[in-house]
Design a protein around this ligand. Structure first.
Ligand SMILES: CC(C)(COP(=O)(O)OP(=O)(O)OC[C@H]1O[C@@H](n2cnc3c(N)ncnc32)[C@H](O)[C@@H]1O)[C@@H](O)C(=O)NCCC(=O)NCCS
Ligand SMILES: Nc1ncnc2c1ncn2[C@@H]1O[C@H](COP(=O)(O)OP(=O)(O)OP(=O)(O)O)[C@@H](O)[C@H]1O
Length: 201
């Protein structure tokens, strides 16, 4: 089974492309969704212990947690040390299941895949990308988004150009949704044709 890591900067169309893989029957693990799940489950008591007052009725209050770590590198690192191993466990269970189910391809949708340290757990890395003006227009069209917030988020992410350089595959989302869907189908076709080369571990 091939594990494809899917990433991209804000507004580049990662969620849309992720949904396209899923619609084609490819199992997709969403890191963000896993974090949301953990925050109303296994991670909550650990987070309350590390950041008192950020959990209400057994559920992490993301606004309160965000305030507790915002702009504080040490606190964010402590939070990551709690959350990331749990996400990796959920991810490992997802991969094991996809393999047992006989899939040729599984997708890990991970916003910070290339900013993190271990993209090497993916056999291939695909980056969704569109011209900067398209990205900007998409993000600014979102409810509650300001140019300042957009710039601040961009500044914290690895530049698109660097992501593209690190990618094995660039999925162009600057064109029509239909063209992007074709690109997704081509990727699936390419990896489904590959003989079983399951990775160890
Ligand atoms: C700090 C938290 C509570 C803020 O939640 P909130 O719902 O307000 O915002 P959201 O999750 O959408 O993040 C807002 C922005 O911060 C960025 N961001 C989130 N986590 C991180 C991180 N660990 N390092 C750098 N940037 C981050 C996101 O890319 C996004 O652009 C939340 O982001 C969190 O729990 N982060 C730690 C877990 C983590 O590393 N998640 C990343 C995916 S595994
Ligand atoms: N060819 C295309 N491929 C993908 N998205 C497209 C395309 N053309 C237009 N769009 C639109 O661009 C937007 C991309 O938003 P999406 O939520 O997928 O981005 P994202 O990268 O997941 O963003 P974020 O990282 O901020 O969550 C959607 O509204 C989508 O309909």
């Amino acid at each position: 089974m091939i594990v494809l890591g899917l990433t991209g900067s804000i507004g580049m169309g990662k969620s849309t492309v992720s949904a396209m893989f899923r619609a084609e029957g490819v199992p997709v693990f969403e890191a963000d969704a896993a974090v949301h799940e953990l925050y109303s489950g296994a991670a909550a008591p650990l987070i309350e212990e590390a950041f008192p007052g950020t959990v209400r009725d057994g559920v992490v209050d993301r606004k309160a947690l965000s305030r507790a770590v915002f702009g504080k590198t040490d606190a964010l690192r402590r939070l990551e040390a709690i959350v990331h191993p749990l996400v990796r466990e959920a991810e490992a269970r997802f991969i094991a299941k996809a393999q047992v189910d006989g899939h040729a391809l599984a997708v890990l949708d991970i916003p910070l895949l290339l900013e993190g340290v271990d993209a090497d757990r993916c056999d291939v890395v695909a980056v969704v990308s569109a011209p900067a003006d398209v990205q900007r227009a998409r993000v600014l069209a979102r409810h509650g988004m300001t140019a300042e917030t957009f710039e601040a988020i961009l500044a914290r992410q690895m530049p698109d150009e660097e992501k593209r350089a690190k990618a094995d595959i660039v999925i162009d989302t600057g064109t029509s949704l239909e063209d992007t869907r074709k690109a997704v189908q081509e990727i699936i076709g390419q990896f489904s044709a590959t003989p079983d080369n399951a990775k160890e571990g």
